[in-house]
Write a protein that binds this ligand. Structure first.
Ligand SMILES: Nc1ncnc2c1ncn2[C@@H]1O[C@H](COP(=O)(O)OP(=O)(O)OP(=O)(O)O)[C@@H](O)[C@H]1O
Ligand SMILES: [Mg+2]
Length: 232
């Protein structure tokens, strides 16, 4: 689903911010992406959602090498991805409802279906009373939930989320992670960048850890062998 071979990335003529990343993420996998501020998490996600291309090495998405893709081939691939940006990027002139409805409108879903799905997902993320509000009138955490609803509404094959629970309380963060978990159970491949250590430890998924642009893959926390039944 996602394959990186010796991928490096630099912004313009600046220093390389991602070095020699090699990685294979299977279809249907769930990974947290961690690392200190400035380690390169958002830069790596931008490569994965095709906002920028590797400056060296090869990146394969859905079995296709992205270096060889023409500009007009990108929208098809992007439609298969749900993306939650660190800075939300809601369309300011559209209401919460209209922002979330957008991917379904683009996919040509019937208005009646759109209404049902958008209403349901906005209620689920706790925004039943804010559906017709413009983004500017919403709090940071509310905007973040609209962005999450928009990213998951069309059941994407791949979900890439940059700090999706950064502005919400722990209870809501857990509810949102549950949403991602259920999506993953239905086959969506997921990568979530986060700083929330307690969340990472609570959900047993492997972790892609970046340090100064270098990547290490860490397995999830495992129970000590001693505590497993049948080992004594
Ligand atoms: N648009 C840009 N132009 C030039 N350099 C950039 C740009 N965006 C990020 N960088 C640099 O790339 C490096 C990695 O930044 P990145 O935003 O990927 O980190 P991050 O892990 O997402 O950090 P945070 O946790 O603060 O979001 C940093 O050194 C940063 O200064
Ligand atoms: Mg970032």
């Amino acid at each position: 689903m996602i394959v990186l071979q010796n991928v490096g990335y630099r912004y313009h003529s600046g220093p390389e911010v991602l070095h020699d990343l090699s990685l294979e993420l299977a279809e249907g996998s769930f990974h947290f992406l961690t690392g200190a501020s400035g380690a390169g998490k958002s830069s790596l996600l931008r490569l994965l959602y095709l906002a920028q291309r590797p400056t060296r090495g090869k990146l394969y998405l859905f079995g296709r090498e992205v270096g060889g893709l023409k500009r007009h081939q990108l929208p098809d691939l992007r439609q298969r991805m749900g993306v939650v940006f660190q800075e939300h990027r809601l369309l300011p002139h559209l209401t919460a409802y209209e922002n979330v409805a957008l991917p379904l409108r683009i996919a040509g879903i019937k208005p009646k279906q759109i209404k049902k799905h958008v209403t349901e997902i906005l209620e689920w993320v706790g925004l039943a009373n804010e559906m017709h509000a413009l983004p500017i009138t919403l709090s940071g955490g509310e905007q973040q939930r609209v962005a999450i609803a928009r990213a998951v509404i069309n059941q994407p094959d791949m979900l890439l989320a940059d700090e999706p629970t950064g502005n919400v309380d722990d209870e809501l963060a857990e509810r949102l992670l549950y949403l991602f978990e259920q999506l993953n159970r239905q086959g969506t491949t997921i990568v979530i960048a986060t700083h929330a250590e307690h969340m990472i430890n609570r959900f047993a998924y492997p972790r892609l850890h970046l340090r100064h642009g270098n990547l290490r893959v860490m397995p999830p926390l495992q129970l000590p062998e001693t505590l497993r039944r049948g080992t004594l």
